[in-house]
Design a protein around this ligand. Structure first.
Ligand code: 13P
Ligand code: SF4
Length: 319
């Protein structure tokens, strides 16, 4: 409609004027992902977002996602201006891992390497030896096992449990979860599989173990998208945020993508297959942030210097 096109052309103009590039996560709304693609930015998983921001020449990065993604961009490229459509978009994993409690926990086990998921605050990253995202977590943990390391893992217990099962790593686990993925139910997938016997099940490893067990492919958002292209199944049951369907349908429009069932509906379901924080990224607040120069991400420089070490370690490992 007219309002939407008004915002889109305004954002395009502002991006150009300000030497800015838009980096969006696969869970943001379609209109944001499409705009990132159209304007030479990128739509990506959290590792690729970090890499893109790190390598792109633009002096301003506009990060459409959740707070930790903006902070990661700022930590990796402190010389750039990093803005977000909203500074309120947090993540239940970040909330579930407050620095004081986490640091005290780590202090009890000085002989263990501290591995944290990217979905954490800058302070938690600064306390870590390694930062990982879901697309690189298995490889990094395998590498640490080769080095005979024992680990502390935080904050996602489901992703941690999956990695532990796959690798046999000695991991002490923090107890936190993603409110979106935690809602997926194995029983619902069993029922759907009966209706769609040809369907492949794609699962993000932030889902509970019983759901991961049902999967044909377990992986990060970009790995699930690749699987939706490479597997020949005509139908996919997908246990992750429904924002991912935009890219899956764009790449293989002749296939059918079905949302994996969640715990319930209405009042019992807090966040049915769509992250409430990702959903806060809208055209209006994106335009306002660019126009008014608000919502700039700042990270305390001492903290950023420390957090940069495990973040760079991850990027170097992934390179
Ligand atoms: P990935 O994009 O790295 O798979 O992460 C998923 C996620 O939860 C981001 O919020
Ligand atoms: Fe955090 Fe889950 Fe939202 Fe990702 S989907 S940002 S892990 S709450």
């Amino acid at each position: 409609d007219a309002e939407k096109s008004h915002y889109i052309s305004k954002i395009k103009q502002l991006l150009k004027q300000q030497d800015a590039v838009l980096v969006a996560h696969y869970y943001t709304d379609e209109v944001i992902q499409a705009l990132a693609e159209e304007t030479g930015g990128c739509v990506a998983d959290s590792l690729e977002m970090a890499r893109f921001g790190n390598q792109h020449s633009a002096s301003t990065l506009v990060v459409a996602g959740v707070r930790f993604m903006g902070e990661t961009a700022k930590i990796l490229t402190p010389e750039k201006r990093v803005i977000m459509p909203t500074l309120e978009a947090t993540c239940s994993l970040d909330i579930g891992c407050p620095i004081d409690a986490f640091s005290a926990f780590c202090d009890q086990y000085p002989d263990r390497k501290v591995v944290v998921y990217a979905n954490t605050s800058a302070a938690v990253k600064a306390r870590a030896d390694w930062v990982v995202t879901s697309s690189i977590a298995l490889e990094i943990v395998e590498h640490l096992i080769d080095e005979d390391e024992k680990l502390i893992w935080a904050p996602d217990k489901h992703l941690g449990g999956y990695i532990q099962k796959q690798t046999g790593a000695d991991m002490l686990m923090w107890d936190s979860a993603c409110i979106v993925h935690e809602e997926f139910k194995a029983k619902g997938i069993v029922d759907l599989k009966q209706l769609y016997p040809d369907a492949a099940v794609l699962v993000h490893p932030e889902s509970p173990a019983s759901v991961v067990e049902m999967a044909d492919v377990v992986g990060s958002t970009s790995q699930l998208i690749k699987a939706s292209q490479s597997l020949s199944n005509p139908v996919f049951i997908v246990a992750t945020d429904r924002g991912i369907f935009y890219k899956m349908r764009q790449l293989t429009p002749h296939k059918e993508f079905i949302e994996a069932p969640t715990a319930g509906s209405g009042a019992t379901c807090r966040s049915c297959a769509h992250c409430p924080w990702m959903a806060m990224n809208q055209l209006e607040n994106l335009a306002t942030a660019l126009e008014q120069g608000t919502n700039t991400i700042e990270v305390d420089s001492a903290l950023a210097e420390k957090a940069m070490i495990p973040l760079r370690r991850m990027l170097d490992f992934a390179a």
